[in-house]
Design a protein around this ligand. Structure first.
Ligand SMILES: NC(=O)c1ccc[n+]([C@@H]2O[C@H](COP(=O)([O-])OP(=O)(O)OC[C@H]3O[C@@H](n4cnc5c(N)ncnc54)[C@H](OP(=O)(O)O)[C@@H]3O)[C@@H](O)[C@H]2O)c1
Length: 281
């Protein structure tokens, strides 16, 4: 059994996930994860590699990929393949899928994790921001899956995990972000029907606010403890944001054969969070 997740609001260390080794059933799987150098993507890559999967990942910053290669604890020889690229450049993304499948002799799973938002509130957000947010979250996911399908089909089936967000159905600021995350949930459900006959499962995972060192909620907890406590009291029934390691375990489960009965689902990993932001809606 894996270790219990620590209570981050009381300053205990976030669980590394190492105690989970051996449970997930991803050993030997060949998986491509976009956006694997920071935040959730990094935790997915580290967990899969430690569990014996062979993992390909990408990000725009080559230096971060080098750092990742130097610090990943991969159980499989040749367990990590990386390439610097922007996932919104279709040809480069497709070439990376091909190169990863060639390197590993095929693919068993893909995780569309790179995502985020451009612009701010409605009046500070122009058409370019809307388009960029759509491309980063939805466009890249659709092209990733399209490029991976021939390899998943050849493998006799596979698992696709789309990282969405609770912002996909709980309204919050930055409508362009929530709109794109909502579309990812629909995309996963729709592709699950389309690709089901090929044995390819497609699911969305929707994290709540994740406590990532140095990122928004971690900074707020440190710099504005009273505001953070009010946010937690109002919106976080579990008392604290979810850790990316907790989300990574759900992703590993969906990539494993243990989840063979799940396709077309959207799995929130949010400890029953209410609103996705402290801004009141
Ligand atoms: N953070 C949260 O609380 C939260 C909550 C719910 C859902 N989510 C979702 O979870 C996913 C991960 O979020 P995160 O906060 O963990 O991300 P993050 O810390 O911002 O990291 C994003 C990763 O993706 C890479 N990336 C970003 N844009 C890219 C691009 N155009 N091409 C290639 N790689 C790119 C980044 O590396 P480079 O910058 O070097 O490219 C980095 O490795 C996203 O889909 C996000 O919408 C996050």
């Amino acid at each position: 059994m894996f270790e219990s997740v620590s209570n981050v609001s009381e300053g205990r260390a976030i669980d590394s996930g190492q105690g989970a080794r051996g449970w997930s059933g991803v050993s030997g799987k060949r998986v491509l994860v976009t956006g694997g150098t920071r935040g959730l993507g990094e935790q997915i890559v580290r967990l899969l590699a430690a569990e014996g999967a062979r993992v390909a990942t990408c990000a725009r910053t080559a230096q971060d990929l080098e750092t990742l290669r130097g610090t990943v604890d991969a159980a499989a020889p040749d367990g990590l393949f990386t390439r610097a690229l922007d996932v919104t450049e279709p040809e480069r993304l497709e070439a990376f899928v091909t190169a990863s499948a060639s390197r590993f002799g095929g693919l068993d799973g893909v995780v569309a994790c790179a995502g985020g938002s451009r612009g701010r509130g409605l009046e500070q957000t122009d058409a370019g921001d809307w388009a960029a947010t759509w491309e980063l979250n939805v466009g890249h996911t659709a092209r990733l899956v399209r490029a991976a399908v021939p390899y998943l089909r050849t493998a006799g089936g596979g698992s696709v995990v789309v990282i969405s967000s609770i912002s996909g159905w709980k309204p919050g600021p930055d409508a362009q972000y929530g709109t794109a995350k909502s579309a990812q949930i629909h995309l996963a459900a729709s592709l699950a029907r389309e690709l089901g006959p090929d044995g390819i499962r497609v699911n969305a995972v929707s994290p709540g606010s994740m406590l990532i060192p140095g990122r928004r909620w971690d900074r707020m907890r440190r710099d504005e403890p009273e505001a953070f406590a009010a946010f937690a009291a109002a919106e976080l029934p579990g008392g604290e944001p979810v850790a990316p390691q907790e989300v990574a375990r759900v992703v590993a489960f969906l990539l494993s054969d243990w989840s063979s009965g799940i396709s077309g689902a959207n799995l929130p990993v949010d400890r029953a969070q209410n609103a996705p932001s402290p801004d009141g809606y």
